[in-house]
Design a protein around this ligand. Structure first.
Ligand code: ZN
Length: 207
């Protein structure tokens, strides 16, 4: 999806389309407002109403747009409203990757603890784990990244694909300052931004 594929839409027209049953039209409309409406609150509200939509295509797109809003608008996204709702969707198998990516984005870009632009660290995540009562942190790429960044050898050895629990492959890419993670079983992929941190143990591709 790119901006030039989507034309602007009036609020009226969007509201009518989003109230209908045509899922293709709903998706198209969500993308048009994402690209052209400047009211983050309103777009966010439109996405949230589709979090429980019966069609995974619609749910997945609504979740994905929340992640994009977080990356683009940071604190304008209401983390306290959005994050717990995403947390309840981590077991939604059809859109697990989108939910995981969006949670990472919301956490990384909408955290008031991290206004200074520092990479969130594992201690902050542990705090969020308590605040939002996320039971199973192994379902989240960002927690896995935390472990790869600063975990013990035992913790690093125990990481698994957050989607299928299969063997996870990962590599530290020093020039991009990221850890690239992927699962060859289910195809899930994750990235973990390191800022200026250097992982203690993860330095080479592990196969
Ligand atoms: Zn997997």
């Amino acid at each position: 999806m790119k901006k030039s594929d989507y034309s602007p839409i009036s609020r009226n027209e969007a509201e009518i389309a989003l109230s209908g049953k045509d899922t293709d039209l709903i998706c198209d409309t969500l993308l048009r407002v994402k690209y052209h409406d400047s009211d983050v609150d309103w777009i966010q509200g439109q996405c949230l109403r589709f979090f429980k939509h019966s069609d995974p295509k619609v749910r997945g797109l609504a979740v994905k747009i929340i992640g994009h809003l977080a990356r683009k608008h940071g604190l304008a996204v209401n983390k306290d409203a959005v994050y717990p709702l995403l947390g309840k969707m981590v077991n939604d198998k059809d859109i697990a990757q989108q939910v995981s990516d969006a949670m990472d984005d919301v956490f990384a870009y909408c955290s008031d603890i991290d206004k200074m632009g520092r990479a969130p660290n594992r201690f902050l995540h542990k705090k969020y784990k308590d605040v939002y009562e996320i039971e199973d942190i192994s379902t989240r790429w960002i927690f896995i990244g935390d472990i790869l960044l600063g975990g013990t050898a035992e913790e690093v050895a125990s990481v698994k694909c957050p989607v299928c629990k299969g063997k996870l492959f990962y590599v530290f890419l020093p020039n991009k300052r990221i850890i690239d993670m992927n699962c060859k079983d289910c195809g899930a992929v994750g990235k973990y931004g390191l800022g200026t941190s250097i992982p203690k143990l993860v330095e080479y591709p592990i196969d």
